[in-house]
Structures are given as structure tokens and as C-alpha cells.
Write a protein that binds this ligand. Structure first.
Ligand code: PLP
Length: 421
């Protein structure tokens, strides 16, 4: 017979006991259950509180932005706590994705017939979204990708919308067909065309704008995909493009929304979302099997959305300007420095300062300043430099922690003063 505690654990393993009946204590007692929350003292890796230093790495004060190569962003503690809860049970991942899609559709008030999928980044949302467009729910077709024999085999993109993430479109086996004008689009559309792709941040650069691109696609009965990965804030972008009629939309979870670094969202028409899921993990013998997203990340992304939607964006913007002003005020006292405040219209739409160095006043260019700061401990990584004509340093406060503005202000002022001519 099961004694009381064992019975509890047994029912718990079956998922019978609700969180309320189990309570916190059952999980919090160290050693009571090897899957319970850890509340002891960490030994070995993590002992010092800084795992990166223990691994011999230098941590970064990140004034560049939500860069994947630097770790994306820092998660909210509340989302981390909910991810921990997600790690305590097994669950059917396909069912979890379906439930997540429903929850996201409700949170974002998506139009009727729209759903969503948590993916391993926006890049994976792109690849799996296109796989689904090509294969539908046909199992033979799903297994054959990236061989597109007998399937549609081309995706139309504007030349000005070329991006590294076109690689994820090509990964499905299709060819990219580049166009510039409306006439080009009309010539390019054929029975081989699978879809039309739009890179949201390139909207100002292409001849065909967002709404016209969508109209052209739908007039030809083609699905329209929009990659809006770095285009939150504003929050409204999360539903704007669905409301406009785009069939599939990709977002990054680990950028300004501050979700788990390896998450993304594919938002779109229910059937296409379902077909994208059929082409990815946990489903075997699929092109997207390596794009695994775990139960913890799926739940972490949901919690992140909930917290992000409730966030006071105006207050955050003000706080970012305050941090950037600390830096601007310090370095603007140095002769030869001019500062511009800037908010990109689309993509990374948050406060940014550009620090311009008069080349005749300094013995060092912006790229060299950035390299010198990056070699410090902790390393200070700023934007601009070589990427911006080498006379401008660009800084955002989107992922700066309190006090780091002061550290950047002091270090940057010191380096600039040392190299005044
Ligand atoms: C960052 C980015 C991606 C890739 O997003 P991940 O979430 O890192 O996979 C795709 N497209 C654009 C425009 C991006 O900015």
C-alpha cells in the first residue's frame, strides 16, 4: 500500500494533483524528489555565481543591442520561474504547441482563423513556415524535403530585400527569384511559384511596399510571408501584419521581447501553422527536426508575451533615454564629438545615440575605439564603428542594466580623451 507521501508523489507523477494541492513545499524540500526545485548551495560550475568567468570568458556590457552573437537579451526573472515549472513534467509537445498557439492567438487578439507556433528563433519560423507552404500536410512531401521534385519550387523576393535569412528559405529546396518592379513580379509568377516573401525592415528600400506586395501575392493566389523578426516594439506589430492579411509572419522571441534566446514566433493562418509544425521537431523525418524547441522555451515564450504585452513601453523608453543621456552628456564635453539621437522607424525601433568623431580631432577612429573598449574587462561592446563609415559609434540601452550607462560613459570618455589631438 502507498503511504501518504508516496501516494502524493505517485499521483503527482500522473499529473493528477493540481499545483494548489501539491503546494510549494512538496517541490521545495531538497532531496525529497530528484526533479524538484533546487534550493541548496551550488557546487562546481556556477559556484561563484558567474558561470562565464568560471569558463574563462569575459562577460559583456552590451551597448550594441539584441545581438544573437552576444546572447540576444536577458530574460525576465518571472519567465525564468515559469520555465522552471515547465521543466517539472512531461507533456506531449505537439499538443503543447497547439495549446500555445491558441493562447497566443487570444493574447494578441489575432484575426479569426489565425494561430501561432513557438519556434527556435525567427530563422526557424521562416524555414518551417516555408516547408509547410511547400508540403501541406502530405507526409510523402514532408519526408522528401529539401527535394522539391513535383512541388512548387520558387519564392519571389525583392532585390532590396536580400537578407542572410533567405538562406532559411533556400534550405527548403526552393530557388529565390529576385524582382524589382511590379512588372517583374508579374513576369516572375508562374506555376512554380510557392509564395512571395517580404523583409519588413527593407520596406523603405524596395519599390513595392508592404501592402502592395500583399495585394500582388493574393491577386495571384499566393501566400505572402513577412519577416518582422526585430520589429517589436511597438507591440502592435505582433498583430498588425496579421490584420493586414499577411499569411505568415515571423518574430524573434529573444530580442526586445526578452524571451528565451532560442525562441521565435510564427504567426499565421491556422492550416499553414499546422503544416509548419508537421515539418519540425518533435516530428521525426522532417527537415525541421534540428530546429527543436523545448517545453521550457515554449512556456517561457508564452510567459514572455504576457509580460511584454503588460509592460509600460513609454516608461521603458524614457528609462533608455536617461541611460543614453548619461553617456551623451559625458562624451559631448569632449571637443570633436557630436551626438545625434535617433529612433529607427522600423526594426530595432528604440532609443539610439550616434556619437560622431571629427577625424581631425582624434588619433583613433570609431572602430579602434570600439575594439579598445571591447578588450576591457568586463568587455564593453558598442555598435557602429567599422559598420558605419568608421567615424560613428552607435549605442542603444535596450539591454543595458542599471549602472552600466555610467560604466560606458566613464570608459568611453577616458579612451576619447586619451586620443585627442
Ligand atoms: C534576427 C533576425 C532574424 C533571425 O531571428 P532569430 O530569432 O535570431 O532566429 C531573421 N530576420 C530578421 C530581419 C532579423 O532581424
Amino acid at each position: 500500500m502507498l503511504d501518504k507521501m508516496n501516494r502524493r508523489r505517485f499521483l503527482n507523477a500522473l499529473g493528477v494533483l493540481s499545483a494548489a494541492t501539491v503546494g510549494r513545499r512538496a517541490w521545495a524540500v531538497p532531496g525529497s524528489d530528484k526533479h524538484s526545485s533546487w534550493s541548496g548551495k551550488i557546487k562546481g560550475l556556477g559556484e561563484s555565481g558567474n558561470v562565464y568567468e568560471e569558463l574563462g570568458l569575459t562577460t559583456v556590457i552590451n551597448g550594441q543591442g539584441t545581438m544573437t552573437y552576444l546572447g540576444g537579451s536577458l530574460m525576465r526573472p518571472e519567465a525564468e520561474a515559469v520555465m522552471k515549472l515547465a521543466s517539472l513534467h512531461f507533456v506531449n509537445i505537439n499538443d503543447l504547441e497547439a495549446a500555445a498557439g491558441k493562447r497566443i492567438a487570444a493574447m494578441l487578439k489575432l484575426p479569426q482563423g489565425y494561430s501561432a507556433l513557438v519556434t527556435s528563433g525567427a530563422a526557424s519560423a521562416i524555414q518551417n513556415g516555408y516547408s509547410g507552404i511547400l508540403t501541406g500536410s502530405n507526409e510523402t512531401h514532408i519526408k522528401q524535403l529539401p527535394d522539391v521534385t513535383g512541388l512548387k519550387s520558387e519564392v519571389i523576393v525583392q532585390k532590396a530585400h536580400r537578407s542572410p535569412w533567405n538562406h532559411q528559405i533556400r534550405a527548403t529546396g526552393v530557388k529565390i527569384v529576385e524582382v524589382e518592379t511590379v512588372a517583374d513580379v508579374q513576369n516572375a509568377i508562374s506555376e512554380r511559384t510557392a509564395a512571395m516573401h517580404f523583409l519588413n525592415l527593407a520596406d523603405p528600400d524596395g519599390q513595392i511596399k508592404r501592402e502592395e506586395w500583399l495585394k500582388l501575392a493574393h491577386a495571384a493566389n499566393l501566400p505572402a510571408f513577412i519577416d518582422a523578426a526585430a520589429d517589436t516594439p511597438p507591440k502592435s506589430h505582433l498583430w498588425d501584419y496579421a490584420n493586414m492579411g499577411y499569411d505568415l509572419i515571423s518574430f524573434s522571441g529573444g530580442k526586445a521581447m526578452r524571451g528565451p534566446q532560442c525562441t521565435g514566433l510564427l504567426i499565421g493562418r491556422e492550416e499553414m501553422i499546422g503544416n509548419a509544425l508537421l515539418n519540425m521537431s518533435p516530428n521525426e523525418d522532417t527537415l525541421g527536426r534540428p530546429t527543436k524547441v523545448g517545453k521550457e522555451e515554449i512556456v517561457g515564450m508564452l510567459k514572455t508575451l504576457e509580460l511584454y504585452l503588460a509592460e509600460d513601453q513609454e516608461a521603458l523608453t524614457k528609462q533608455q533615454w536617461r541611460q543614453l543621456d548619461t553617456i551623451a552628456n559625458a562624451v559631448s564635453k569632449i571637443a570633436g564629438v557630436t551626438i545625434a539621437r535617433h529612433v529607427p522607424k522600423i526594426a530595432n525601433n528604440f532609443p539610439t545615440i550616434q556619437i560622431h568623431l571629427d577625424p581631425s580631432k582624434f588619433s583613433i577612429d570609431a572602430g579602434q575605439v570600439n575594439r579598445q573598449l571591447a578588450s576591457m574587462k568586463p568587455s564593453i561592446v558598442l555598435g557602429g564603428g567599422e559598420h558605419h563609415g568608421n567615424s560613428t559609434i552607435q549605442i542603444t540601452a535596450i539591454v543595458l542594466r542599471p549602472g552600466q550607462d555610467r560604466v560606458i560613459a566613464d570608459a568611453l570618455s577616458t579612451v576619447l580623451r586619451q586620443h585627442r589631438v
